[in-house]
Design a protein around this ligand. Sequence first.
Ligand SMILES: [Zn+2]
Length: 163
Amino acid sequence: MKCPFCKEDSDKVVDSRSSEMGRVIRRRRQCLACGRRFTTYEKIGESFKLSVVKKDNMRVPYDRDKVVGGLQKACYKRPVSAEQIQQIADKVEEDIFRNFDKEVSSAFIGESVMRHLRATDKVAYIRFASVYRDFKDADELIDEVSQAIAETERAGQPRLFDV
Ligand SMILES: [Zn+2]
């Protein structure tokens, strides 16, 4: 299995867990070249194939790299580690597998990414949401930002715009 960090193709399995009543096996792997850990999913009895249905109804194969790429862009210069990004991608995939078998809409993936990103880093979340959700007008964006600021302050987290 190719390492998502260094692209080396040698790893060992450190943990296996089945979910979805045993239909999906989640394996935690460690790359033997760089030592980092990543997660893969396999379906029992069939090679894992999931299509993403885009807004224009075109179908493309699901690609974890795209989810990770979007997260990396949103988290640029934010205190979110590569490991955390992989963990968010894991959570998004768990959402997908819990709900869909063969096809998932790109909208579902986007909403799932936003939900998990929101819990991790508010600035990254707003960046992602503003690109993804295509806020209809400035008021809508301001509402979302104000809400995120209020939540951040309530939680006693570092200020939102101390970048
Ligand atoms: Zn590696």
